[in-house]
Design a protein around this ligand. Structure first.
Ligand code: HSE
Length: 433
């Protein structure tokens, strides 16, 4: 066996560059901790000149991915090119060649996790992906190891930094959605096509990965009820604040022993005193409830060059240790439970509803009667007093099944006094049962 561990890197962009720099900067400490030097040998990318200008002549650069994937000298392949294809195929090829694989690719893990674990299992290899969920926050490792003895009841997470930045700005500065989105795009936080972030899809992929590990079930994207932040207005944040809530885009996964697992991504009001309420700006946090640990929260930067490199290099070190100790494939695919998904209509939680209504006598009574007819119990009401104009009527319900709420909203939608249903936000509040 060589006296070092050889690493091949696919992709030298933002995170790849961070991995190169971190391996260089902390080389001595990493060697001491692992027991052997971790030597980055080959880097695959599109532009040889650009790579060598950026990272010097200590590495061999190639534009042919097979130079890395089929190199018998390479022990660990690190995939950081992103997107599903061809990244998934590259990882399969690396595993089939018996290599350890480290990735930060949430798209591939969310969609092809089982396939990759099956191949890794056959070849007694590891596939590690701490960087795929919430960048620098250690959450996959703790769930698979330190918290492995727990029956996890629920996970709630702020797992998308772009939307958390936007909602924080709307909260702190009263900015409206369109202005804050433009600012986030100008500053490079939000993509020019922001759909994956603001539409909740990025968060949903992370929810799929977290829920699969937490509940030992092969959860997929179609199991997630996905709602973005597009309909949240600055006034909803203001009303939420008056009601004692903060608005966050939360990934929520709950395991109800009777009804099954429910997974959603949606704008959610949480009490201001909840630990997640104070997680602001680009920060991410994951709040876990397990039968032994109780409640635990993991907080940190969910994206960015060095935070994500921290997770990736940690995985490289773990993969190297397993290799050195001849103990590969230690933690395999653990989705052994049959999947039981709670149908979205059976989900029960309180909701915030903002209606734009005609401001005239009898309107509140008419709307309250519709809610009553569908067993929707009202907890709070806020009414604006701009007589003669359309007014906002804001309701917070007690916990109600999504089916009953849907029926009530369908009736309200065609009620002549209701101009429109402007916004619906889930409420998570243990004091509102
Ligand atoms: N776009 C993500 C975010 C980072 O805003 O958190 C990558 O998952």
């Amino acid at each position: 066996m060589k006296d070092y561990i050889s690493v091949g890197l696919l992709g030298s962009g933002t995170v790849g560059g961070g991995v190169i720099k971190l391996l260089e900067k902390n080389a001595e400490m990493i060697t001491r901790k692992v027991g052997k030097e971790i030597k980055l040998t080959k880097i695959f990318g599109r532009n040889l000149e650009k790579m060598s200008a950026a990272y010097g002549d200590a590495y061999e650069y190639t534009t042919n991915v097979d130079d890395v994937l089929n190199d018998p000298e390479i022990d660990i392949v690190v995939e950081l090119i992103g997107r599903e294809h061809p990244a998934m195929e590259y990882m399969c090829q690396a595993l089939e060649n018996g290599k350890q694989v480290v990735t930060a690719n949430k798209d591939v893990i969310a969609h092809y996790g089982k396939k990759l674990f099956d191949i890794a299992g056959k070849h007694n290899a590891d596939i590690m992906f701490e960087g795929a969920v919430c960048g620098g926050i250690p959450i996959i490792g703790p769930m698979k190891s330190s918290m492995a003895a727990n029956e996890i009841h629920s996970i709630m997470g702020i797992v998308n930094g772009t939307t958390n930045y936007m909602l924080s700005k709307m909260t702190d500065e009263g900015m409206d959605y369109a202005t804050v989105l433009k600012e986030a795009q100008d500053k490079g936080y939000a993509e020019s096509d922001p759909t994956a972030d603001v539409g909740g899809f990025d968060a949903a992929r992370k929810a799929v990965i977290l829920a699969s590990i937490a509940f030992n079930m092969a959860i997929s994207m179609k199991d997630v009820d996905i709602n973005g932040i597009e309909s949240v207005d600055a006034c909803d944040i203001e009303y939420a604040s008056r009601l004692g809530y903060a608005v966050k885009l939360l990934a929520i996964a709950k395991n109800d022993p009777e009804n099954g697992v429910s997974i959603s991504v949606s704008p959610t009001m949480i009490p201001k005193k909840h630990p997640l309420a104070s997680v602001s700006g680009a920060y991410n946090a994951v709040y876990v409830n397990g039968d032994a640990i109780g409640e635990a929260m993991f907080l940190g930067l969910g994206a960015g060059r060095f935070p994500t490199a921290s997770s990736v290099v940690g995985d490289i070190m773990e993969a190297a240790r397993n290799l050195i100790n001849n103990d590969k494939g230690r933690i395999g695919y653990a989705c052994y439970k049959e999947k039981k998904i709670c149908s979205p209509e059976n989900n029960v939680f309180p909701s915030y509803i903002r209606l734009s209504v005609l401001d005239k006598p009898g309107v509140l009574a008419a709307i309250a009667s519709v809610f009553g007819s569908q067993s929707v119990s009202i907890r709070n009401v806020i009414q604006t007093n701009e007589r003669g104009k359309t007014a906002d009527l804001v309701f917070v319900t007690h916990a109600v099944s999504a089916a009953n709420l849907k029926m009530a909203l369908q009736i309200l939608e065609v009620l002549p006094v209701v101009d429109k249903i402007s916004c619906i936000i889930r409420v998570e509040d243990s004091s509102n049962g």
